[in-house]
Design a protein around this ligand. Structure first.
Ligand code: SAM
Length: 280
């Protein structure tokens, strides 16, 4: 089959498919966007790609042309016939009909042989962050994540210190990944049309992570520092050793009157390591 968004749309119509808002179902019907995502993802033939939410399979079909294997998780069993039809020529695609957030991905990928593991997806927007947090917390050995997300959320992913979108999620993600924007995507390329624009972001695993003495303490400190965005560190970090925090900040020509949004990951790492060394 030659891929055509028109054919995909027709097969959905033939099935009298009801798009489900609760599953974040906005399907891409623009072949150029799909081609652009796949090209920017730079997938090679030894790559296992995980796709979360194949929908009618339009992105899946293109992924299957370049990747070694594609493993999909789709929560909506009503898409089974549509996917079987649309992906009938793709022998290297497996679709597991289950909630990705409940999946045991480490077990699922055990049976594959691959050099690189990528996640490429047009994510269901209601669970964008939980999906990425799951990939990190379940320690799935992903080399790269290329995902379409709501523009506002994507901006937070890649926000740098000093930017209004910079928050604890930015620090969390930028600790593990180099985050870049790959594409802007108009709401007009989806059916049904969502009421937000989207961007495609790439999260590439960092070659080397910052050394943390006690990772959970670092992430807790970051969350606490951002707890009330408008407040200074003196307020948000009351429960910590403020003298010690001030000592570290002074090295960066800062004091306790700064806000968390001004601190780089390097400073957060130094704060966390200094505090945890003195409390253990
Ligand atoms: N990839 C398709 C495309 O680009 O046209 C569909 C993308 S649509 C934004 C999101 C897809 O994720 C839908 O097919 C939806 O049913 C599926 N989905 C929603 N929640 C899910 C979950 N928890 N686990 C797996 N798939 C999910």
């Amino acid at each position: 089959m030659k891929y055509s968004p028109k054919e995909m749309k027709q097969s959905l119509e033939a099935q009298q498919f009801n798009f489900k808002k609760k599953f974040g179902q906005n399907f891409i019907v623009d072949e150029n966007i799909i081609n652009a995502i796949v090209k920017k993802a730079e997938i090679d033939e030894n790559c296992l790609v995980i796709e979360i939410g194949p929908g009618a399979g339009s992105l899946t079909y293109k992924l299957a042309q370049v990747a070694s294997q594609v493993l999909c998780y789709e929560i909506d069993t009503k898409l089974e016939d549509v996917l079987q039809h649309n992906l009938r020529d793709c022998q290297n695609v497996t679709v597991l009909y289950q909630d990705f957030l409940e999946a045991d991905v480490k077990i699922d990928i055990k049976q594959y042989q691959y050099d690189t593991l990528y996640v490429v997806a047009n994510l269901p927007y209601y669970i964008t962050t939980p999906i990425i947090v799951k990939l990190i917390e379940d320690q799935i050995p992903v080399d790269k994540i290329v995902v379409m997300v709501q523009k506002e959320v994507g901006n937070r992913f890649k926000a740098q210190p000093g930017n209004k979108d910079y928050n604890s999620l930015s620090v969390y993600l930028n600790y593990y990944f180099d985050v870049t924007k790959l594409l802007d995507v108009s709401r007009n390329v989806f059916v049904p049309k969502p009421n937000v624009d989207s961007i495609v972001v790439q999260l590439k695993k960092k070659d080397q992570l910052f050394q943390l003495d006690h990772p959970p303490f670092f992430f807790q400190l970051v969350r606490d520092a951002f707890r009330q965005k408008r407040k200074t560190l003196r307020n948000n970090l009351k429960a910590y050793n403020l003298d010690m925090i001030e000592q570290v900040l002074s090295k960066y020509h800062m004091d306790l009157s700064v806000r968390a949004e001004q601190l780089s990951i390097t400073i957060f790492v130094e704060l966390a390591n200094t505090l945890s060394r003195h409390s253990h």
